[in-house]
Design a protein around this ligand. Structure first.
Ligand code: NI
Length: 173
């Protein structure tokens, strides 16, 4: 297993829409293992393949408090079939958007479908935090970051801060 590099905003790759997985082969299984390892290492509660520079539609997640147990799940070619209600996440964050948190308006419950690592079709219902993680990670596969879902004012503040940091970095070089 290997730790993967997580792409950070404003990397353009994060804006692309990922391609459905056609076959769950050894390459995909290795990617899943590496993504899980990377997620626990950070640590994070979810990770989409797009964030590690891969074009496949797949996500790993584990929202359990005790991450020592390491019982993550994977959803390949995930899709939100339906969503209902409103749930505002508190201090939502993202491994690709460092040092920034915001409350994000999400659906309160979602029904998602996809394949497990054995290729078996599954359908899941999730609420609140779990529903938010599905929405956040599936957004990644569609090239959307959580900062795209907050008020323009807050987003601009963050973008300005990152631009400043990048300018400082390039001056040092
Ligand atoms: Ni994220």
């Amino acid at each position: 297993m290997a730790l993967l590099e997580i792409l950070k905003y404003p990397d353009k790759f994060l804006k692309r829409s990922a391609t459905p997985v056609a076959e769950i082969n050894d390459d995909i299984l290795e990617l899943i293992d590496d993504m899980a390892e990377t997620m626990y290492d950070e640590p994070g509660v979810g990770l989409a393949a797009t964030q590690v520079g891969r074009d496949e539609r797949l996500i790993v997640y584990d929202i359990s408090e005790d991450q020592e147990k390491r019982q993550y799940d994977v959803l390949i070619n995930p899709e939100i079939l339906s969503q209902e209600g409103v749930f505002v996440t508190e201090k939502e964050g993202c491994l690709s958007v460092p040092d920034f948190k915001a409350n994000v308006k999400r659906a309160a419950s979602v029904t998602v479908s996809g394949l497990n690592r054995k290729g078996k079709p599954i359908r899941l219902e999730a609420e609140d935090m779990m529903a938010a993680v599905f929405q956040h990670e599936i957004d990644h596969l569609n090239g959307i970051l959580f900062i795209d879902r907050i008020s323009g004012l807050k987003r601009d503040m963050y973008k300005r801060r990152i631009k400043k940091q990048l300018r400082k970095k390039s001056k040092k070089k």
